[in-house]
Design a protein around this ligand. Structure first.
Ligand code: UD1
Length: 360
């Protein structure tokens, strides 16, 4: 049996790594041939290949090499490439993860070719239709056959939509599996030493959402406000999208350190040893919650409310000035104590294979 697993972007690689690892020790190994399909959506070495190296992922069986373009161009090119693959070499199941354009494109193609679709990280919702990811989640879940969720809240979102209880499996979080599996290998980036920045002293910043970065003036305002309102050094690994927008912009504040995007093991070292994290990513709020690191999300909504209700995350909104009281909380050591959501225990991938072994 051929089972396709689709990955195109940096967070996808993190989410699928534990599935490969768990499959090696699972009876399903005798039954399936796992075909790794890389769409090419992320293609820079430090956005893609370095994750394969760090996470011990096998080389993709195929790479469509679709990169850049508008949403329609990217989605359409991935659809054409995946349909071509399925026509020549069909599969029995298509596993998609997360909410990126690659997820939506491949789910749509598989479903139309009568191939069952399994969606890992199904059911989460921000209810913010300005986010392309929310559209991707809704459309993917509307054609998914097997729903694997990270929380009971996500499962309930699906049940309220009328999806049958029998197709929804609350299994936990494969991204946290990957974190647990690699924790002993986290690697200190060399620049910490050369910049004389020590552990638990710095703020780790990531920004890549279109609503935060696509307007250059706003982006500069956000960076300046953050840098001018904390005494901590700020480490800002810069996403290619954000870098393109900033252009040749030279930095204005000697506490703000722009660095290239980092591999998985170095980036997770930085989260684990940060004083606090400021981000607009969703996955990072889960990792910060698991590692019990204060986390501030520069967005008005989250599709991961458990990171705020149970975890260490706070939803700040989009005005960077609103970070100031939260910086004070971090500095005074009075950040709320987080807990780890149920089933974020390192065994999610095994639970997914248990379910699929029964179903296939
Ligand atoms: C995508 C996902 C987003 C996810 C993010 C993780 C969609 C709609 N968005 O956003 O949900 O949180 O990945 O990083 O699928 N680029 C490079 N090199 C790369 C990757 C991207 O130069 O390796 C450039 C692209 O050419 C493009 C821009 O960065 O111009 C944005 O890339 P794209 O994959 O379209 O979206 P992301 O912003 O990365």
């Amino acid at each position: 049996m051929i089972v396709d697993i689709i990955a195109g972007t940096r967070p996808n690689f993190v989410k699928i790594a534990s599935l490969f690892q768990a499959k090696e020790h699972h009876p399903i190994k005798q039954k399936i041939n796992l075909r790794l399909v890389h769409t090419g959506q992320h293609f820079d070495h430090n956005m893609s290949a370095s994750f394969f190296e760090d996470l011990g992922l096998p080389n993709p069986d195929i790479n469509f090499g679709v990169s850049g373009g508008t949403h329609a161009e990217q989605t359409a090119q991935i659809m054409i490439a995946y349909e071509t693959l399925l026509i020549s070499k069909p599969s029995n199941l298509c596993i998609v993860v997360g909410d990126v354009n690659s997820t939506l494109a491949c789910a749509l193609v598989a479903k139309k070719m009568k191939i069952k679709v399994a969606h890992i990280e199904a059911g989460i919702r921000s209810n913010d239709m300005d986010m392309p990811e929310e559209i991707n989640r809704m459309v993917t879940d509307s054609i998914t056959d097997y729903f694997f969720t990270t929380t009971t809240w996500a499962s309930n979102n699906l049940l309220h939509q009328g999806i049958s209880n029998e197709s929804v499996f609350m299994v936990g979080n494969t991204m946290i599996d990957t974190l647990i599996n690699n924790q002993s290998k986290f690697k200190k980036p060399a620049f910490l030493q050369s910049l004389s920045i020590t552990e638990k002293q710095y703020i780790l910043l990531t920004l890549h959402r279109p609503s935060n970065v696509d307007d250059k003036e706003n982006l500069i305002h956000v960076l300046e406000t953050i840098a001018n309102n904390t005494i901590s050094p700020i480490i800002f690994p810069i996403h290619p999208r954000t870098k393109k927008i900033l252009g040749d912009f030279s930095i204005f504040n000697n506490r703000l350190f722009l660095v290239e995007p980092l591999g998985y093991l170095e980036f997770l070292y930085l989260i684990k040893n940060a004083k606090a994290v400021v981000t607009d990513s969703g996955g990072i709020t889960e990792e910060a919650t698991f590692l019990n690191i204060p986390c501030m999300t520069l967005r008005t909504t989250t599709e991961r409310p458990e990171t705020v209700e149970i975890g260490t995350n706070e939803l700040i909104g989009k005005n960077p000035m609103d970070l100031i009281p939260y910086f004070k909380k971090v500095d005074s050591g009075s950040w709320k104590k987080g807990k780890i959501p149920d089933f974020w225990d390192g065994n999610t991938a095994k639970r997914i294979w248990d379910v699929l072994n029964e179903l296939l």
